[in-house]
Design a binder for this molecule. Sequence first.
Ligand code: BG6
Length: 486
Amino acid sequence: MNKAFDLIIFGGMGDLSKKKLLPALYSGWLAGHFHPDTRIFLTSRRAPDQSMKEWLQDIFSQYKPARSVTEERLNGFCEHVEFITLDLMHGCENWQKLHERLTIDGQDRIVTSFLAIPPSLFTSVCSLLDKHGINTPNCRVVLEKPLGHDLESAKKINAEVAQYFSEEQTFRIDHYLGKEAVQNLLALRFSNIIFEKLWDSSTIDHVQITIAEDMGLKGRDAYYDDSGALRDMVQNHLLQLLCLVAMEPPARMDGDSIREEKLKVLKSLEPMTNELVKKTVVRGQYVAGAVNGEPAGGYADDLNLKSSSSTESFVAIRASIQNWRWANVPFYLRTGKRLADRFAEIVIQFKDIPHHADPEWTGGALQPNRFIIRLQPDDKLVMSMMVKNHSVDDGSLKEVELDLDVTDDKRVGPYMRLILAATRGDHSLFVHREEVEYAWQWIDSIIEAWQSGKGGTLFPYQAGSWGPYEAHDLINREGRQWFHES
Ligand code: BG6
């Protein structure tokens, strides 16, 4: 059983809280991950007109938790949750009341403040937490992305938070690190000898990491149009996945050791010059098409704010890691909105065998091995292998997939897992300040190339397709292809 803790969600009535945090907390509570004394405080400028129960009922009817909601369960969950009205810019009486409710002094109870608010409010909230004594060694702060818009703004956020909370107390969330399959990637790599021995340029041909989404802007136009796919998805989720695939085995499976190894990968990324961006980065924006058989408008139609924009909703990158292990192994990264399907996966494509002894024996079907870590919609680990084609029994071979489905309804979702880890003080699933900054440095060089006009143009792609033609060309011209496109 986890220890009792107090969780304060700043932005308690905001989008992230409603869509992700509360459904995750409800399911986690039902699955028995809460100590009976755990409390959740939802802060907002003003409390809703409904009771907590009615409010949660409304939320859970829109954003369904993984586990079903019943009257009795809702009553039970409500006992752990309360509203607290707070002005996040100015200290007020309620900040003092919050401190009193938390009973911090002389207790070893953990208090986790989850900042599900825009980063422009981070400093104010951290200073008010400090002012009201909510930053003792038992207090932690969890920061949700976006952590900056570029290196400079990220440094500013990190420095401002650091005035009040040490790195030890600070937990920067990347919810992809809380996904089940990502956890499994670490387990597989570092607890099975067979993977580590094969995990380098002598056996791996290339790596593909894709996070594809079929939906559009989902009403987040202002944020998204200001960010684009590169800042929204690559700077954090895709680079974090790349780090986990490419990092050296850590000396220990603790936060410091894992983050140290991830940082080395970020430092080894080939620097992006204007010429390299033009050659190895493709950006696109969707135009009208059809997604899953339904007509879908273009990016400009989805923007409520303005009628045109040069923000990318798709990006594909051929990245290189300049170290001994990964020399000449391309890492193809790809993400986009309004693509043909929603899925996320990492494909480790092994090399062909060195000598084909007898083409007739293989029936022409010999395929190099492939290892797939599927993150969504389902959690799967799939290893493709060649075996004897027993159905024909002429001695030929065929490709089969060893398929391990690790989907489990009972397990805890990414946000619950990350909140529990922060509460335990476990940094291994969180991003260090330096990682954020090195990732921004690399991303900034791509954006600078685009802005200078020397980094290639923005290509259109049809909603419901797999991105612009140029993204296919990026990989096809090297004799390879994106794996998941059917
Ligand atoms: C968020 C991005 O970080 O991740 C969104 O801001 C994106 O634009 C989302 O839709 C994808 O997360 P998931 O877990 O649904 O793949």
